[in-house]
Design a protein around this ligand. Structure first.
Ligand SMILES: [Zn+2]
Length: 64
């Protein structure tokens, strides 16, 4: 597994970057801050939530 990203999620492992499959196994996804572009982890299936950027502290509503 040299040189390629490898992930272990639960009992499944991945070699390479299969973002869709990876995200489907996680209970969060990555959202970019609309102000500064910081990548933020946000939960999935929580309805409308208010996310606060960890970098610039912008607050924005997000429909999960
Ligand atoms: Zn930000």
């Amino acid at each position: 597994m040299m040189g390629v990203p490898a992930f272990i999620v639960g009992e499944e492992s991945f070699v390479g970057l299969d973002v869709d499959k990876l995200e489907s196994l996680l209970d969060y996804r990555v959202q970019h801050c609309p102000t500064c572009g910081q990548m933020l982890r946000v939960p999935k299936n929580k309805g409308t939530i208010v996310v606060t950027c960890s970098k610039c502290e912008t607050k924005f509503k997000l429909n999960t």
